[in-house]
Ligand binder design. Sequence first.
Ligand code: ZN
Length: 177
Amino acid sequence: MPPKWKDGRRWCPDCAAYLDPAQFPARSVSPKRPDGLGTYCEHHQKLRNAARREHERNTRGNGSTAMIYGSIPNADREAAEDRRWFGRTVYYLGMRDPVPGRIAGVRETDHQGLQVWVEFEHGLRVSRSELVGVALFKALYLAFPARDYQPPEQQPPKPKPVPYIQLQPPNSWEVGT
Ligand SMILES: [Zn+2]
């Protein structure tokens, strides 16, 4: 993570850029937040809030915050290439219908476990007005298509349940609140 302040401007991790501090929401001052400003700029904080609300609705209120946006760090891209996952089709299962996308990065941390960046061709609708192009999910919410999976528009009128291969078994994940 780059330094929080540089030349009187403040870092937004989602912009991956330094911005005018007036673009950040005010927060209460605390030891963790000595400058009294939110981590993300107003625009990205709104996007994150909308995504979290939508995701919670779609995952029946289990309180998970699996979805965030941002720019993909090079190390995450390379990690996906190392796994030979880069560019592979994957389905996000957090919405009512699975949403196809392509793997654009992978990261693994002790705290969050395996997470995957997904790039959506047509965007992922997270609110009435917001479409997201790329988002980071816990692997629990993603599935590779099974070999015989047909995209929805090619399915017969009465589609069978879609078979999925989970990237990881759900019980190996701690769902945060
Ligand atoms: Zn931003």
